[in-house]
Design a protein around this ligand. Structure first.
Ligand code: SF4
Length: 442
């Protein structure tokens, strides 16, 4: 467990000098315990006290970084068991397996195409996991080299053969790949390699207790950028192990204070998707998968988006005026909220109407139409202000605005405040194409 304010206070100089911007050492201790200040704000802490305090202040799960450049990914640094208590921070890395016996060129080409667009955001699959399936060190090195040249995404190098790993790192170390894996048989040499090349290292044990002992040995050998694979390949056992690792880490059991990972086993892509979803939901911060089928990966990427969104902050689009198609002065004007899901559903339906249109996205703190209306964030006067501030009168040659059918009640106020004619649209966005054709079609 982290230290309490009182425990921290006992380690401070107790001079109440105020140089930490707090009036007393006790106030500083309390603030430090709550994570509201940092230890370096006090210039008088002794080295011995600093060591104790830094260890107590360290995050329960170490942050580990894989990759370089645009596709650098950080995992770990999580603080919660339940997402709704605060949030999860660093998204699970999805890695797709490419065996050195495969057509590595073609696999990497396909991998680079694994991009998905959802609610206006682009998502990619993060990592290629090159597997030394052949058992041949040169073949492994060649496959890794191809992956290095073909993709800029993160790399996971999967071989327990230290010589093969050393050869692969000759061509890949600059990309800071995850080395997979240190085991009971090879950990000393794998640790040396990981330390020499400055790469993160996966530790794969054989069950939870064995993994714990192995992690301690690896840490004692001097490497701490670790990812834990408890080694089980049976789904319920993996789920139990991942959960226990997270719980132990948050109770400050240092052995388990690293991000954990899982490797899927199902052959059918959709079953594999379900397996990966279970692992992701239960704290796997890196998952190695076999399928590279978009249809199987889209739901997983969507689930990851949901899981790692701040539950207190809905995903929102920028408030403002959006153009759908080649708008002109006759184009209809719709209004909706800036809740992403609502906005993009409306945008899709307006696009489906094939009538170029404007959409006003009102800042409702990312909440949906009826909720925003109930919270007085989607009212006649607010929308009237948008019409004025966005200069709509200069953009269109009419003064008509379409509001969602669910909030017809704001029509009067909006007409009074804006001087525009309010047209009550359909209650559901799916009704927009028919509505638009009837109202605005030529
Ligand atoms: S700077 Fe250090 S010694 Fe001074 S009040 Fe703050 S905690 Fe106490």
């Amino acid at each position: 467990m982290g230290l309490t304010g009182l425990q921290i206070f006992k380690l401070l100089p107790k001079t109440n000098c105020g140089e930490c911007d707090l009036p007393t050492c006790m106030a500083f201790a309390m603030a430090l315990a709550q994570g509201k200040t940092s230890l370096d704000m006090c210039p008088y802490v002794s080295d011995e006290a600093k060591e104790q305090l830094e260890s107590a202040a360290a995050p329960p799960i170490k942050k580990v970084t894989v990759g370089t450049g645009e596709f650098t990914r950080a995992i770990g640094d999580e603080t919660e068991i339940f997402r709704h208590d605060k949030r999860f921070f660093n998204e699970t890395i999805l890695a797709i397996e490419v065996k050195d016996t495969d057509d590595v060129d073609a696999k990497c080409e396909n991998f680079n195409d694994l991009k998905f667009e959802r609610i206006g955001m682009e998502f990619v699959v993060d990592a290629v996991a090159v597997v030394n399936d052949s058992g041949d060190a040169d073949k492994f090195k060649s496959a890794v080299e191809t992956a290095v040249n073909k993709t800029e995404r993160c790399l996971v190098l999967m071989s327990e053969d230290v010589d093969a790993m050393a050869k692969a790192l000759e061509v890949a170390a600059d990309r800071k790949p995850l080395i997979y894996a240190a085991t009971n048989d090879n950990y000393e040499k794998m640790v040396e390699l990981a330390k020499e090349k400055g790469c993160p290292l996966a530790v794969r044990g054989n069950g939870l207790m064995d993994t714990a002992e192995l992690v301690d040995k690896v840490v004692a050998a001097g490497h701490k950028d670790l990812v834990i694979d408890p080694g089980s390949r049976e789904m319920s056992q993996t789920l139990a192990d991942l959960s226990q690792i997270r719980r132990a880490a948050l109770r400050r059991v240092r052995t388990f204070g690293y991000p954990s990972m899982a490797v899927t086993t199902k052959e059918d892509p959709m079953e594999e998707n379900s397996e990966a979803t279970v692992y992701m939901s239960n704290y796997a911060q890196l998952i190695v998968m076999k399928t590279d089928e978009k249809a199987a990966l889209v739901p997983l990427v969507s689930w990851r988006l949901n899981l790692y969104t701040d539950p207190q902050k809905p995903i929102a689009v920028e408030p403002g005026l959006y153009e759908v198609g080649e708008v002109n002065p006759d184009s209809p004007v719709y209004v909706t909220t800036n809740f992403s899901l609502t906005y993009f559903i409306v945008e899709g339906e307006v696009e489906g109407s094939k009538i170029p249109s404007y959409i006003i996205s009102v800042d409702t703190d990312g909440i949906s139409v009826l909720t925003a209306w109930a919270d007085n964030k989607f009212s006649g006067d607010i929308i009237a202000k948008y019409i004025k501030d966005l200069g709509l009168e200069e953009k269109v040659n009419h003064k008509k605005i379409v509001i969602p059918g669910g909030v017809a009640v704001i029509s009067g106020k909006l007409e009074d405040e804006s001087g525009w004619e309010v047209i009550v649209g359909p209650r559901e966005a799916s009704g927009i194409p028919k509505f638009a054709r009837e109202k605005f079609g030529k």
